[in-house]
Design a protein around this ligand. Structure first.
Ligand code: GLA
Length: 390
């Protein structure tokens, strides 16, 4: 868990020059899971957990990458750019590759990274590395990309170098995150509105099941889920050619899918219902009805568990457990799924007791500890100096 100053120190010890420093946040997502690549809306926020980077240019074509947390290094050359045999360098190499594909000049770099976003926990450490790299290269080499273009570069890097067919949500919120606000991103229009979340009475607590999603399984799940959704949409479009994405489909029209593959029907039903829930939850936040907002989270979890089928036993247990604990307004699994965290809306004065009870029950049922994070909503990727974060 390297800090910014550790990353900076390692950079100057290894490369002997000053570096540009930046912090790139992880994210939570309140609702709208798996709706991004279906061109629906999502409601994420950047949080105060970060990937820290120290990065600088070189006079030659070398790319020297160092992971402070893995105590590992990787070197490559710009003229022979290709995916690395191990995972972590590819988040950076993939972004360099996209800059080159876009015809932008990128020279040699030295880069040290570290941070405190838990890995494979559904808080998007991967997008934090890709987007942070894109942000840094844009500055170092004056590439002139807009934030939206940088977010799309990060998505393309994951698609092409990591083979994970993720959507726009994570890089977008990584760049547009704002304190005390959720980002309601419409993935069709690629525009957002901020939804204020500024209430001392309600806390966002994450329980990490400790189940780390398997990378290969995740990549193949994204592929299959996208296929199910595309098949459902194509069947709908035969009857209703004006419909261009699943979130637009009126629920009654999903009947068309019932005689077909049950998995296709279930995935599409989930996307339609989740999109409706997101709109209602945004209204709840605007009117300050956190009880109702919490219910939407419980409903979302049921959809993810039974229809989209991306939850796991441990996350189901965590959500079922908190249903019985006073002070918990709502909870659901968060992120891609197959492990990671649940996100919980909890009344402030109940937080300590809720954590105690969840820990007790989880540890009594599984042979692992539940980790707890207090998510505080912060701003997007930015260049920092050691003075500004001390
Ligand atoms: C991952 C992907 C996102 C999104 C979520 C599920 O975090 O990177 O694009 O699809 O899963 O909502």
């Amino acid at each position: 868990m390297a800090t910014l100053s550790k990353v900076n120190e390692q950079y100057s010890n290894l490369f002997g020059t000053a570096a540009m420093l930046l912090q790139s946040p992880g994210r939570i997502n309140l609702i709208g899971e798996h709706t991004d690549y279906n061109l629906g809306c999502v409601l994420p926020a950047a949080i105060d957990k970060y990937i820290f980077m120290a990065i600088g240019t070189r006079a030659d074509d070398a790319i020297n990458l160092v992971s402070a947390d893995f105590d590992d290094q990787y070197s490559a050359s710009l003229d022979k750019l290709e995916p690395a045999w191990k995972l972590w360098p590819n988040y950076i190499l993939g972004v360099i590759n996209e800059f080159k594909n876009a015809g932008k000049y990128v020279g040699g770099i030295n880069l040290v990274l570290g941070g405190d976003i838990p890995i494979s926990a559904g808080m998007s450490s991967s997008a934090a590395i890709c987007t942070g790299t894109a942000f840094a290269l844009n500055k170092l080499f004056n590439a002139g990309f807009t934030k939206l273009e940088l977010a799309k570069i990060a998505v393309a890097a994951e698609h092409n170098y990591l083979k994970v067919k993720c959507g726009l949500m994570d890089p977008y919120v990584n760049l547009y995150g704002k304190e005390r606000s959720f980002v309601k991103l419409n993935c069709r229009t690629e525009e957002h509105q901020y939804v204020p979340f500024d209430n001392d009475q309600i806390k966002i607590v994450l329980f990490n099941s400790g189940v780390r999603h398997n990378f290969i399984k995740l990549a193949s799940a994204f592929h299959t889920l996208r296929e199910h959704c595309a098949t459902g949409l194509a069947l709908i479009q035969k009857h209703a050619p004006h419909i261009s994405s699943l979130p637009e489909v009126p629920k009654a029209m999903l009947e068309i899918l019932k005689p077909h593959d049950q998995d296709v029907y279930k995935r599409c039903l989930y996307i339609v219902e989740e999109s409706e829930r997101l709109e209602r939850l945004c209204d709840d936040l605007m009117t300050g009805d956190f009880k109702s907002a919490g219910q939407r989270l419980f409903e979302s979890h049921e959809g993810l568990r039974n229809l989209y089928q991306v939850s796991c036993e441990e996350c189901d247990f965590l959500v079922d457990t908190v249903k019985e604990i006073p002070g918990v307004l709502g909870a659901r699994m968060m992120g891609a799924g197959f492990g990671g965290c649940t996100i919980n809306l909890v009344e402030s004065e109940a937080v300590d007791e809720v954590i105690k009870r969840v820990k007790g029950r989880y540890n009594g049922s599984f042979a692992k500890d539940v980790k707890v994070y207090h998510a505080s909503i912060g701003s997007g990727t930015e260049e920092v100096s050691l003075v500004s974060v001390l």
